[in-house]
Ligand binder design. Structure first.
Ligand SMILES: Cc1ncc(C[n+]2csc(CCOP(=O)(O)OP(=O)(O)O)c2C)c(N)n1
Ligand code: SF4
Length: 287
């Protein structure tokens, strides 16, 4: 469904992430992709189209609305077994496409929305997004971002949709089982996938999976799912409510040039933020 030979950078996780998704959703998948690195990866490169399933390239802000229309027309044709997937970056999801995303969630449209979060507008040259983390260098935050990351999966969960999950390329089974669960449900489903980007995060292209793993092990990227309102930590994150089991965030920051200018005080501020987030996750897990 997703052929070899595409325009992704070396070490880019997107081709593997898409492959893993399509392995689960199967041939009857329609992808809606707003302007992003994926538009280039799934574009007509080297004289070929790297996907063998229908792909709709959409305007930046419109993907959830287009997917809603596709889902409605498939329902009218009686093709309810197809999976309509929006595959969008963090800029398209959390900033520019947020209004139509929130609208589709509120209407409980029958679509699976996947945000692959490389934490900046990568396709246009590494500009800051609402999901860029605190302290990170981007071309528009040359001395490090001052605001913290927008908690998007939790914001979507507040729309009371049937399924919300976070995932990581380093935990492929966990990711694919969440896609499987989402595929088996009707209504609005949302998966948020942390996607390390070697040129944008300034790390060696061979370290993508290692960085994705460290994000989970340090607790900066918790793996969880919220199914019909019920919160559950999953996979390697299950034990991390115990702070002593979490590696210090510094272990995650040190391999990435985008954090190299952070002062010790800023590293501590980020560590405090992660610790506080885990206090909140602990409370959610208790309910
Ligand atoms: C309305 C609008 N504004 C800006 C652009 C230019 N643009 C194309 S891709 C892109 C960056 C997309 O960032 P993100 O959604 O995070 O995906 P990534 O490139 O990181 O994969 C931008 C700003 C556009 N196509 N349309
Ligand atoms: S810039 Fe980053 S996300 Fe975009 S194709 Fe390259 S590695 Fe992938």
């Amino acid at each position: 469904m997703f052929l070899r030979g595409n325009a992704a950078c070396p070490g880019c996780p997107i081709p593997k992430e898409l492959d893993a998704l399509l392995e689960v959703t199967g041939k009857k998948t329609v992808l809606v992709v707003p302007a992003s690195c994926t538009s280039v990866i799934l574009g007509d490169t080297q004289g070929g189209q790297p996907a063998t399933i229908p792909v709709i390239h959409s305007a930046f802000a419109a993907a959830p609305a287009i997917a809603s229309g596709v889902a409605s027309s498939l329902r009218m044709r009686g093709e309810e077994d197809a999976t309509v997937v929006v595959w969008a970056g963090d800029g398209g999801t959390g900033d520019i496409g947020f209004a139509s995303l929130s609208g589709a969630a509120e209407r409980n449209e029958n679509i699976l929305y996947v945000c692959y979060d490389n934490e900046a507008y990568m396709n246009t040259g590494i500009q800051r997004s609402g999901l860029t983390p605190y302290g990170a260098w981007t071309t528009t935050t040359p001395s490090g971002k001052r605001e913290f990351k927008k908690p998007l999966p939790l914001i979507i969960a507040e729309h009371r949709v049937p399924y919300v999950a976070t995932a990581s390329i380093a935990y492929l089974n966990d990711y694919q089982s969440k896609v499987r669960k989402a595929k088996g449900k009707k209504g609005f489903r949302y998966i948020h996938l942390l996607s390390p980007c070697p040129p944008g995060w300034r790390f060696d292209a061979g370290l993508t999976v290692e960085i994705a793993k460290l994000a989970v092990e340090t607790g900066i990227w918790p793996l969880y799912e919220i199914e019909n309102g019920e919160f559950r930590l999953t996979s390697a994150s299950k034990v991390l409510v115990d702070k002593s089991k979490r590696k210090p965030v510094e272990a995650y920051l040190r391999y990435q040039g985008r954090f190299s200018k952070m002062t010790p005080e800023e590293v501590k501020a980020l560590q405090d933020y992660v610790d506080k987030m885990w206090e909140e996750l602990r409370e959610m897990a208790k309910k």
